[in-house]
Structure formats: structure tokens, C-alpha cells
Design a protein around this ligand. Sequence first.
Ligand SMILES: C[S@@+](CC[C@H](N)C(=O)[O-])C[C@H]1O[C@@H](n2cnc3c(N)ncnc32)[C@H](O)[C@@H]1O
Length: 259
Amino acid sequence: MTSSAAEFDRWYADRIESPVADELVRRVLGLPPGLQSTSLLGGAGLDEVVEALGLRAGQVLLDLACGRGGYGLEIARRSGSRVVGLDFSMVAVEHARRRAQALGLADRADFRVGELGSTGLSTASVDAVLIVDSLQFAESKPAALRECRRVLLPGGRLVVTCWEAVDAGDERLAPRLRQVDLRTQLPRAGFVNVEVADKPAWRPAEQALWQESLTFDAGDDRAMRSMQEEAHRVLATFDGLRRVLATAFAPHSAHTPPL
Ligand SMILES: C[S@@+](CC[C@H](N)C(=O)[O-])C[C@H]1O[C@@H](n2cnc3c(N)ncnc32)[C@H](O)[C@@H]1O
């Protein structure tokens, strides 16, 4: 799986060339038409995320590691909120900007290049932060979570979808996945009212997507070939991961742990 910005740029360039991959993801995950996802959050999960974010019209959502902006734009459309999308892949960010234009949401969307651990946004400037299936890529998970807390307004919400290792000592799994431990890391980053829910109901669609990707003749479609390589890796250790949805709040009061 890719990890540097340059590698993600190439990965997105391939993906943008492959309508087959996007169509497969949308169909198997049950996503709304036109939503461009490069993760495993399905339609039912998205509904839960929208509810957990609790956004009102005019509020600001930061979609962190937003990829092509699919989820952030859909949430802005549903809630009437504004979206700031941030990703370290310039290719993804440029695509997200074009997508916002095409959807008539450009006046409520601002896509920027930035890092999970250093967004460049002002302190206490957003109402909610969403990280869909990307926290594992942060070089330092604690630093990325502290950055989320810094940019959130007092009382603002963080919603994270991710995976955690069933056994943190399972060496079949990539270290970056074994480092995710939201029940411990969110309170340490200064968040309060932390809830980390297991989401076993999300897993069958994930498994079906990887399995179905392997039934395609990928030919010279590089996005499908990459998906198939990932499918082999993910399916070999599928039971080693738990799916989680975390919700946490930036504290209201000044009596909070220092960042
Ligand atoms: C699995 S994709 C998910 C994208 C999007 N959230 C979605 O659900 O469609 C992971 C994303 O994380 C981004 N990413 C990885 N490491 C990052 C970092 N250190 N800073 C910012 N973005 C990063 C990648 O460019 C990619 O868009």
C-alpha cells in the first residue's frame, strides 16, 4: 500500500483514469451515485457518520485526508455545512476542487494541500473534524489527534473511522495499523466524552469489495491491478482487524490537559 505523497499522487492519477474501480466501490459499498471514495466507508456507515458529526447549516467541517473530497462534499450537501478538505496529495486535491465545481458546491468548499499532523489551519477554527480511513497513515497518531483538537472550536466534534488490531502484537499487520488505539490516544490528545464503537456490521461489504475486485480481468487498468494487490494482502489478515467508529469532543472549559 502506498504511503508518501508522491506515491498517492500516482495512485490517484491511476484511479482517476479508471471509472471501473470507482463504480465497483460505489456499488458494493452502497454509496450515493457520484460519491468518489478511496476508502471502505459504506453508505450505512456514512449515515452514522453524518449523525455523529451533528453539523448544522453554515458550520465548518474539516475533512482531513479527504482524498478526492467525496465524503466531505456529500456531507456538505446533506447538512448545508461548509467543507475544508485537506490532503497531502496535490492530484487528489485538484480533483476535489473540480468535483466541488461540478456539484455546484464550490462556494462552500475549500480544498487544500496539507498534512495530517500540521494542517496550517487556525486554532479553534472548525466546528467538526472527520477522518475517514486515513489516521493509520499519520506518521504520529498522537500528533495528528492533537492537531485535530487544536483546530476544533471548544465543544467541537471529531469523528474517526478506522481499523484497530484485534491483537496489537499481530506481526502480520502493518505497524501503522497496530499503532492505532483510539480509546487511549483520544483522551491523551485532550478529547473528552470519547466513544469508540466496534462496527462489525460494516465488515461484510468491505470483504465483498475485496473479493469482488479479484473477479475482474484488470487488463492494463492500473487502479484495478493495485486494488487486486491490496485485496490479496487485506483478505489474508481480514480477521486480524476490528472496524471502529470513534466520536470525541474538544473540551468546553479551559481546564483541559495541555497540548
Ligand atoms: C484511504 S485514502 C482515504 C481518502 C478519503 N478520506 C476517502 O475516504 O475517500 C487515504 C488518504 O490519506 C491521504 N494521506 C495519507 N497520509 C497523509 C498525510 N500524512 N497527510 C495528509 N494526507 C495523507 C492520502 O493522500 C489519501 O487521500
